[in-house]
Design a protein around this ligand. Structure first.
Ligand code: 5GP
Ligand code: MN
Length: 336
């Protein structure tokens, strides 16, 4: 069993909020990943099993690779049905904000979240949580929000409401936020949790296959092209990869097709920082990864209006690909 993760007082506040709520709403960050969706669906499942009305609202669509999770297709997408989502969020008694630390990360949804009258609970693992929730449960040292949610569920005494579907959701989030337990994954509690989730009947090998190792010819070719033709290694052990809209289109890019690409260059001896730039319709999405003491969240926040974890961050650059790279090259000395 785990040690208690939240204080007795927080536990009391949380239990009371859940007990007194008829409508619970769960929201997570834009471009929801395995951890955002996994933690949300796990909490949704448990609260539904307890008998609550629960809705999950995300700013935009989910990657196909996690649509197998139970409840994924019932998640409301704010971008696609704004009025309905606004009304759901406004009518929440308790609003859980999962896997993000500042309202900005929910994109179009932020005003609705800020204006909601609900009791707001943040459960997250990013550094420097903003002060916009009534109850802030923030543990940057925990590798995924999914593991944190699981620990809280256990502490609240709700573990008997964790079925196979909820276990799959938790496992998915734990797996994706640690690169299938290849970084940020030396905490022994992770493996205690996995053992308990396996006892709920999950098939971890199958989940890995569905989420991380399902490809198409185009996807494989796009990733190979990116590495063979578009990777540059800068002095100081910084790898950069860029993909323009035209290049993405050439390989019929689908959301999620470049997931994991940014990690690849870190396998090269001497590469400590890897940055992947993907051109979107009106901005460049930047993904950053590093090893050890190199803090890419600093680069993300200082150059690309973003943030994240020390070794895994992201941001956005509103300008051309060329200018995004120029900016990096002008400042990279500071970070290496
Ligand atoms: P990814 O590169 O997979 O999109 O993001 C890696 C991590 O960086 C995410 O888990 C999240 O913590 C953070 N992140 C990604 N994009 C942004 C962004 O635009 N702003 C902030 N603050 N964090 C981001
Ligand atoms: Mn996360």
């Amino acid at each position: 069993m785990f040690k208690n993760i939240i204080s007795k007082q927080e536990q009391q506040l949380l239990s009371t909020a859940i007990e007194n709520s008829k409508n619970v709403v769960i929201v997570a960050h834009v471009a929801p990943d395995g951890d955002a969706v996994g933690s949300s669906l796990a909490l949704r499942g448990v609260l539904k099993n307890i008998g609550k009305n629960v809705e999950v609202v995300m700013p935009d669509t989910l990657p196909n690779s996690i649509m197998f999770l139970q409840g994924a297709s019932e998640i409301k997408i704010y971008k696609n049905s704004q009025e309905e989502c606004k009304s759901i969020i406004s009518n929440a008694d308790t609003l859980f904000c999962l896997d993000f630390n500042e309202p900005k990360r929910t994109d179009l949804m932020q005003d609705t979240i800020m204006e909601a009258k609900a009791y707001k609970v943040m459960i997250d693992h990013h550094m420097y949580p903003f002060d916009f929730c009534n109850l802030v449960i923030s543990y940057p040292q925990i590798s995924s929000t999914s593991l944190l949610v699981y620990k809280i569920i256990v502490q609240l005494g709700f573990d008997s409401y964790v079925g196979k579907a909820e276990a799959e959701a938790i496992y998915t989030g734990m797996m994706t936020d640690t690169g299938n337990f290849s970084y940020n994954s030396n905490d022994s509690d992770i493996y205690i949790a996995i053992s308990q989730l396996l006892n709920r009947g999950i098939n971890k090998d199958e989940i890995y296959k569905i989420v991380c190792n399902t490809s198409t010819i185009d996807k494989l070719k796009l990733n190979s092209y990116a590495i063979s033709e578009k990777m540059e290694i800068l002095d100081g052990g910084v790898a950069i990869i860029t993909l323009s809209r035209a290049e993405l289109n050439r390989y019929s890019y689908q959301k999620g097709d470049t997931e994991g690409l940014v990690n690849q260059p870190l396998g090269i001896d001497g590469v400590n920082i890897s940055i992947f730039y993907r051109e979107e319709s009106n901005y460049v999405k930047v993904s950053l990864r590093s090893v050890g003491e190199y803090a890419v969240n600093q680069i993300a926040s200082e150059l690309y209006n973003g943030g994240g974890h020390k070794n895994a961050s992201g941001g956005e650059f509103f300008g051309s690909m060329e200018d995004a790279i120029k900016l990096l090259k002008a400042h990279i000395q500071k970070y290496i």
